[in-house]
Design a protein. Sequence first.
Length: 424
Amino acid sequence: MPEPVLSKTDDVSMMQSESSDPAIQSLRDEAVRLRRAVEELSILNDLARTIGASLDSQQIMDTIVRRSVRAVNAEQGVITLVDHQRRDPQKTFVRVMDTSAEHERLRPTEHLRGVRWDESVRSVLCVPMMIKSELTGVLTVYNKKGASGFTEDDQRLLAILAAQSAQVIENARLIERERQLLKIQEELRLASKIQMDLLPKTSPEIPGYRLAGKTIPAQVIGGDYFDFLRIDDHRWAFCLGDVSGKGLPASLLMASTQATVRGQAINGLTPVECVARSSRLLYETTDPEKFVTLFFGILDVREHRLCYANAGHEHPYLIDPTGNVQRLAAGGIALGMLEDFPFEEDCVPFGVGSTLVVCSDGITEAMDATAAQFGDERLGMLVRERRQAGAEGLIEEIVRAVRWHAGETPQADDMTLIVIQRES
């Protein structure tokens, strides 16, 4: 029996019959959804594998934008990261952009509020990048290729891409910040070492005298310094300076001040000449808001006499053998404040058993939990009572007393001391 032959008309009728069958149409729709789901999984797996192998946040964001543009068939994409550390509520953004080769790069002027689009933008799709319910950025694509705009499927896929990428970007940025912090810490460590190398490594050995100095920065590096300098066979210059401010800027000015003062001291100038010339030089080379307090003295170990000039510094304590405490009151303004200033100079005898204590305000202004300062009076009583501990020992006694007074209160300022004692 001959097999039936289907005509062209029969083929068309069968196709129309199948297309009108709801079950067959449902299977076709499901096949399309499955195919798209497989494509999306492939895109997500490929993206996860690519960005998971990098720790460079810029490279990760470039990859995310490129893959997103390709995934939703857009002309251009951009990641906008929110800077939460800025006080400006409008926020500051870090942009990473990618555009198709056949299209000119768009320059949209969108913000999170007050949206205003470039005229060349025909369609746009934005999805948030969230970490623990906090907005960290926005992933945006522009201009769907073809006549139609972005679809709900595009929105869903882009949202998944943003959700998958947000934490990876944040992790990479945290790693980069940690690296930057470690680099800064290493630079500060080297700066601290350089700064300590500028200070005297040992105290001068002068027959009949004991000298000691110490500085304790409040931060890794500080703005205080002390110095000893031999002028000739019987005269020694010494000084203690306190630079305004803290940290690296103060340490740089400290180094400049030390070089300036040393350059004047080795010329055999008197204390007042040295201070006046140093002040003039610093006035010419530093900003008006920067200044340095300085006590500069010259000890004549043959005449047993101390001559000094004070540029706005704490008045030192001179204790005679009987325990009487005298404040060396001759003074002037801080270095670098005015181009010319008539600094004062004074000379006092330095008898057997005398003790000189020069300190920075980090000692007297050290505060406890109630904001009570250590104070001048407390320091004067301490140096009178503990002067027999010797130059080094007296410094340790003072530091110990200041720290006991402060308790758990963090050190707020650099602490620096010089002690000179005449033994014979």
